[in-house]
Design a protein around this ligand. Structure first.
Ligand code: PHE
Length: 503
């Protein structure tokens, strides 16, 4: 930022402070308030810290020691030795016994101690222990002693260590309940070279409008008003307001897209019998994906009964012989025990098939965005729990083209334009496709889709084509934010979450 930009960005208070510094080069907030340049210290300090962040002033802090009185009563009462001097008066001497009656409570001893120490009196060594004033003592009858003068000054306000006789202070500190030490910190503000330069350029102090109000607009006075300029480059503290986790935001975005396209969200339990997760989806019972290497089976409950005997019968027939769907089935014997095994769902296709079983007739447009589980070891691209974006459309005119345009439409809205479709295989769809997007110079697989086979739709009397898809949610997030390791998505690195602006 150049100097005229700095000057033009100065606030009213900053200008006033600079002009106050113009004369002296250095001021303290107290001086500015005493001279009525500013009303309150926070105003001064506010302007000073802005100027200092712009390099126009320097703020220094100096601490100094002050002395204050603990008990002002000593001024009217007098020091014990003063009271002893008064008791002796012009007589020049006094017996110890009489002194004790004048200064009760042990003050006579203290008084004698100080009279001797200050050389004001001598005490005879005989029985009487007469206290006799010295010449110095006689002189002290009138006028004030140094420590009395100091106490008097302190009774009017703190005395800086720089204006105090150290030996007097030392003696007073040595006496109980007399004086205290206090550290007072004073700030001073001084012009830097840059500050001087800006002042030389000329500073005009005028009232500036810092806030545009309704009143200003309505009255038309805004036309003549001088507006305070914004300095967008000055330092400002970062604010980290509460916000949603980036993954939640992405999920919201995806939900919005589907809702806008007329879809309704659905979900189901994580725990499912293999029947709904696999068998109704025509996944053979010896399919590798059903292996415990790939699927989390549960021990409690270890199985979930399928109550619908009619449906079980149909699914068994389809698996064993095709059940009149025109398919040859998988052959062999289908086991209901295997189908009743409890597991953590391995895909959200469970949601769609369950929904379809209850809503076989169009229009059906549902989606889910939910968690699934696979028995995989964790690495940069795999997690045992992840999220799928899944859905179906049941439509009289549904066909492969409609499916492709739906898939492309979704990724297009997510900001991925370069998409390709490849043939794929799933036990429950025909035709089946795989979606790949071009990212960072590579084609990356993002999900699968297809049209449900008759072996899947027949038991539920679905008469029209069912277009189905299942996309990876975390993959999408990685692509969107260029994250190389899937684990980074779930490590809640607060610093990254707070500061990262791409999310
Ligand atoms: N269920 C498949 C998966 O988990 C995705 C898919 C869903 C494919 C629907 C075709 C139809 O990868």
């Amino acid at each position: 930022m150049n100097t005229s930009e700095i000057r033009d960005g100065l606030s009213h208070n900053e200008k006033r402070l600079l002009l106050a510094l113009k004369e002296t080069g250095t001021v303290t907030p107290a001086e500015l308030i005493a001279s009525r340049t500013f009303d309150i210290e926070v105003e001064v300090m506010g302007a000073a810290s802005w100027l200092s962040s712009k390099g126009l002033v320097r703020m220094d802090e100096s601490s100094s020691k002050f002395y204050v009185m603990i008990d002002k009563g000593i001024i009217s009462k007098g020091l014990p030795e003063r009271r002893a001097l008064a008791a002796i008066g012009d007589r020049g001497s006094i017996g110890m016994a009489e002194l004790a009656s004048c200064l009760p409570g042990g003050d006579d001893k203290i008084a004698v101690g100080w009279l001797k120490r200050k050389g004001l009196a001598d005490i005879s060594k005989d029985e009487e222990r007469t206290v006799t004033l010295t010449d110095k003592g006689k002189a002290a009858l009138t006028g004030k002693m140094k420590d009395e003068e100091m106490l008097e000054r302190m009774s009017k306000g703190a005395v800086s260590e720089n204006d105090a006789d150290i030996s007097v202070i030392k003696d007073l500190k040595g006496r109980q309940g007399m004086i205290d030490e206090k550290i007072i910190t004073e700030r001073s503000i001084s012009l830097t070279d840059l500050g001087k330069k800006i002042i030389k350029m000329g500073i005009e102090v005028k009232e500036e409008v810092t806030q545009l109000t309704v009143e200003l607009i309505q009255s038309g006075r805004w036309k003549d008003a001088e507006f305070r300029r914004y300095d967008v480059q000055t330092f400002a503290p970062s604010a980290f307001p509460a916000k949603k986790h980036p993954l939640s935001r992405l999920a919201d975005e995806i939900r919005n897209i589907f809702v806008q396209m007329g879809f309704t969200e659905i979900d189901e339990e994580y725990v499912q019998p293999a029947f709904w997760n696999m068998d109704v989806l025509f996944t053979p019972q010896d399919h590798p994906a059903r292996d415990i290497q790939d699927t989390f089976y549960l021990s409690d409950p270890s199985s979930i009964r399928i109550d619908d005997a009619g449906l079980v019968r149909k699914v068994k027939d389809i698996h064993e012989t095709g059940g009149g769907t025109g398919s040859a089935g998988w052959g062999g014997t289908w086991s209901v025990e295997k189908a009743e095994q409890a597991l953590l769902r391995t895909h959200t296709t469970v949601n769609t098939i369950k929904h379809l079983s209850a809503h076989p007739d169009p229009p059906v447009k549902v989606f889910s965005l939910s968690r699934i589980f696979r028995n995989e070891s964790i690495d940069a691209t795999h997690l045992p729990e992840f999220t799928q974006i899944e859905g179906i459309i049941v439509d009289e005119k549904g066909d492969f083209d409609m499916l492709v345009s739906l898939v492309k439409g979704f990724y297009g809205r997510m900001g991925f334009d370069k998409i390709r479709i490849r043939p794929a295989y799933f036990p429950y769809t025909e035709p089946s496709l795989e979606i790949e997007v071009f990212f960072n110079g590579k084609w990356m697989e993002l999900g699968g889709a297809g049209i449900f086979r008759p072996e899947v739709t027949a038991p539920f009397n679905v008469k029209y084509p069912v277009l189905a898809w299942g996309f990876g949610f975390e993959r999408l997030a990685m692509l969107k934010w260029n994250i190389k390791d899937i684990r980074d998505l779930y490590i809640s690195d607060m610093d990254l979450l707070r500061k990262n602006t791409i999310f």
